[in-house]
Design a protein around this ligand. Sequence first.
Ligand SMILES: Nc1ncnc2c1ncn2[C@@H]1O[C@H](COP(=O)(O)OP(=O)(O)OP(=O)(O)O)[C@@H](O)[C@H]1O
Ligand SMILES: [Mg+2]
Length: 505
Amino acid sequence: MVAEIKSYTVLGVDAVEVTVQVDAGRGLPSVAIVGLPDSAVKESRERVRSALINSGFPFPARKVVINLAPADLKKEGTIYDLPISIGILFSQNIVSGRKLKDYLIAGELGLNGEVRRVKGALACAILAREKGYKGVILPVNNAEEASLISGIEIVPVKTLTETVAFLNGDLTIEPFKREGDFRESKFDIDMADVSGQFHAKRAVEIAAAGGHNLLFFGPPGSGKTMIARRIPTILPLMTEQEIIETTKVYSAAGLLSEGVIDKRPFRSPHHLVSDVAMVGGGSSLKPGEVSLAHNGVLFLDEFPEFKRSVIEALRQPLEDGMVTVSRISGTVSFPARFMFVAAMNPCPCGFYGFEDDVHQCSCSPVQVKRYLSKVSGPILDRIDIHVSLPAVKPDELSKMECGETSASIRERIEKAHAVQRERFKGLKISFNSHMGSTEIRKFCSLSSDAKAILEKAVSTFRLSARGYNRILKLARTIADLEGEEIIKSHHVAEAVSFREVIKIN
Ligand SMILES: Nc1ncnc2c1ncn2[C@@H]1O[C@H](COP(=O)(O)OP(=O)(O)OP(=O)(O)O)[C@@H](O)[C@H]1O
Ligand SMILES: [Mg+2]
């Protein structure tokens, strides 16, 4: 009799159903796996044989054919060890078929029969619920992530023997339920650690409140990296939906060590990162840094050192909140909505425009120009807030005064988010930074003196139409932080202070 075990494969960050068919028929004893399996799946043969024998089960002296259907879908990894073993045992009448149709089953096997974690378990649970399965049988280490999905049974298994006993009804396994909730988000760093730099901290608050992108510009040691790393601490706690979305990405990438992602991610890839590592793709269609930063922060430190192609590739995710990658193996979309933060020095030595008695810039004008021109153009245009960050003064550092804590900044940001949720109800956008000209006209009413200041700024700084809109969006967020409906003159004035600082000519 042909055994049919339901399992899954990961495509992008989602799971697709796969049926594992096992037929043990007459012929010379052998094992063949068909259905576009990759090398990890082929090795499954050896693991399954050892695991079965070491768990005390017989291995059939027959011709075993394992088919992973649908055949045109690429299957990778070690997900099928457990379903294949169960199929082989079913064909020998050792496992009963009663429960098999109710569960999606996945798990890697160790040689002694223990069940090890697999990729994409959360996506598997989502698939099981969509398709109306009773539940999933998964490695115990995957149970917590899968338990984010309610309404189905998560059966955690530790060994092959245990799985067999469960399927035969000889053992009851309590479905996994997560304990407590993940509303507590503890960080061991805090905005209060940063002395001085009020302008930069304010910029970060506004950026977080309105979903604006941010650029820090300043000499070495001024605290750019330090402040950026603390941004996740002032962002609102993740909602359950966000936890599911982000955990799904990490789970599909095989980067989840245990549990779930309930803290906003902070990704800070090295400047030598490749295009594929940044946006995702490659032969196995893996999510890239932009997706690993989903619902968190993507920080590009030493921004001009990144390859131009990498910087350009950020345009799509910055615009759409997702990336689409196409390879021979197919086209998939990954979620990629993040707060973008970049930091850079003004020149190769780091002190151009920020000289003091001790530090003098040693770069030639050509060097400065070449350095700055690496980030010119459309990307700078997509950054709403530009902050010039001079080194913190020694007396401010020595005061060691504690700044405002992240928790108290976060309260204001949460309020501003609530205002925006109300404002954009029924629209496709969620933050002020996403507004187009139509929304700007509708939602950015200015007081008469605010209008006057804006006009003055436009003529003084020769602002382009885009620069003009950018200031309006920022002023909207600043007014929201104060709970004001009408944008006033001081909101516009503050927004103007965050205009572009890099002048390339
Ligand atoms: N405002 C500050 N308050 C307290 N400590 C600070 C401040 N600014 C800098 N520091 C200290 O200096 C160290 C270096 O700062 P940081 O790495 O953030 O500099 P940076 O601006 O990123 O420099 P670079 O341009 O070289 O990357 C920090 O780890 C911190 O200990
Ligand atoms: Mg730095």
